[in-house]
Design a protein around this ligand. Structure first.
Ligand SMILES: [Fe+2]
Ligand SMILES: [Fe+2]
Length: 332
C-alpha cells in the first residue's frame, strides 16, 4: 500500500486516508460511559494524536503499539493541536507497507558516518585503547550492525534511526577540537574512547525494530553499566588472545575509561553513580549535554506547526523558541 499522505503535511479539516504506524494506544471511558480510544500515529515525518469514538470494541487488542493501520478520518485542531478523528481503522500486514516510510531516520548516511567513526578509531595512539576500540567498533559485526541503526533515545534527542551514530560522531568531532584547544592538559585517546563508548550500551538498552522502547536489560541495568560491562568483556577477550595487546591491559587506563562512561550523565540524580572526577570525564559529560540539547531544540523547532515566529511551549525546556527563517514554511 503506497503512502501518499505524510503527517507533517496534514492540515486542519483535511480528510485522511493513509496507513500509519501506531506508536501508542490506550482505551478510556468517556463521561457518557462509552469507551473511546486514544492513539498516537507516526510515520517518518512525525507524530499525530488520534481519537476513535465509534466501534472501539472492534479495535481493542488489534490497534496496538507497533501495528500498521489504514486510517480513514479527518484532521482537526483541538486546543491548538492537530489530531485525527478516526472514522475507520483497518489493520495491515507488515508486507503490505514499506517499513522505511514509518520510522524517522537521520539525514546523514549511516555507512558514511561509520567511515568517519572508523577514521577516528584509527587516529588513536595508545596501543591498548586502540586495540579495544578496534575490537568493538571495527571487528564486532553485531555491534557494527546495531550502531548503524540504533536511535540515541526514545524521544529526547537523536530519536531516530542512526541517531546514536550521528550523536557519537558529532561528539567525537567536538572532542577533537577541544583536545587541540586544551592540548597538553588532556588525554585525547581517553576523550575519544569516552565519545565512542559513553552511550554504546544503548544498542542493547533500546529496542528499535519498530517503535523505540526500552528492553528489559535497559530498564533493569541501563546503558552506563551496560557500557562498562562491554568494556570489561572485550578487555578479557583481548587478553585471552595472544598478540592482541602489548601486555596486560593497564589497570589505570581501564578504570579511567570506565569512569568516563559512568560519569557521563554528570550528576547522581541524572543516573551517574559517580560525578566527573577527571577533565576528560567532565568534557565528555559537557559535550554530551551540549550535543543532545542542540539536536533536541533543532528538531523541535523544525517540527513545530505553530504559525509565526514562535514555537509552541517546549515542556522539556519550559520555554518558547524563536523560529529563524529556515523554520518558516515558504508559503507563510
Ligand atoms: Fe547517556
Ligand atoms: Fe550521549
Amino acid at each position: 500500500m503506497k503512502k501518499t499522505q505524510f503527517i507533517k503535511d496534514l492540515k486542519d479539516k483535511d480528510s485522511v486516508e493513509s496507513p500509519f504506524l501506531i506508536k501508542f494506544s490506550a482505551t478510556a471511558v468517556g463521561k457518557n460511559g462509552k469507551p473511546y480510544m486514544n492513539l498516537v500515529f507516526m510515520d517518518k515525518t512525525g507524530e499525530i494524536e488520534g481519537r476513535v469514538w465509534e466501534d472501539v470494541t472492534a479495535y481493542v487488542g488489534q490497534a496496538v503499539r507497533d501495528a500498521f493501520v489504514l486510517v480513514e478520518g479527518r484532521c482537526q485542531t483541538y486546543q491548538g493541536r492537530r489530531q485525527i478523528v478516526v472514522q475507520r481503522l483497518q489493520i495491515l500486514r507488515e508486507d503490505e507497507v514499506e517499513q522505511k516510510d514509518y520510522l524517522p531516520e537521520s539525514d546523514l548516511d549511516a555507512d558514511r558516518l561509520y567511515g568517519v567513526l572508523l577514521d577516528y578509531v584509527s587516529s588513536i595512539q595508545d596501543p591498548y585503547y586502540k586495540a579495544l576500540a578496534e575490537a568493538i567498533l571495527r571487528d564486532d559485526p553485531e555491534i557494527i550492525e546495531k550502531m548503524k541503526r540504533a536511535p540515541a533515545a526514545k524521544g529526547m534527542h537523536h530519536a531516530y534511526k542512526t541517531g546514536l551514530l550521528e550523536h557519537v560522531v558529532s561528539i567525537t568531532g567536538i572532542l577533537d577540537s577541544l583536545s587541540r584547544h586544551y592540548g597538553k592538559y588532556l588525554d585525547r585517546d581517553l576523550l575519544f574512547l569516552g565519545g565512542f563508548f559513553h552511550d554504546i550500551g544503548k544498542i542493547w538498552e533500546l529496542s528499535y525494530d519498530r517503535v523505540t522502547d526500552y528492553t528489559n536489560e535497559g530498564k533493569l541495568i541501563g546503558h552506563l553499566v551496560m557500557g562498562v560491562e562491554l568494556i570489561d568483556r572485550k578487555i578479557r577477550e583481548l587478553e585471552a588472545q595472544p598478540g592482541k595487546l602489548p601486555g596486560g591491559f593497564p589497570e589505570e587506563k581501564k578504570l579511567l575509561l570506565k569512569h568516563v562512561i559512568l560519569a557521563h550523565h554528570g550528576r547522581l540524580e541524572y543516573g551517574s553513580p559517580k560525578e566527573p572526577q577527571c577533565l576528560e570525564a567532565l568534557l565528555v559529560h559537557m559535550v554530551d549535554d551540549l550535543d543532545s540539547k542542540v539536536n533536541a531544540i533543532q528538531k523541535f523547532i523544525s517540527q513545530d506547526q505553530t504559525p509565526g515566529r514562535w514555537t509552541a511551549i517546549n515542556r522539556n525546556f519550559e520555554r518558547y523558541f524563536y523560529k529563524p527563517d529556515w523554520a518558516i514554511p515558504p508559503n507563510e
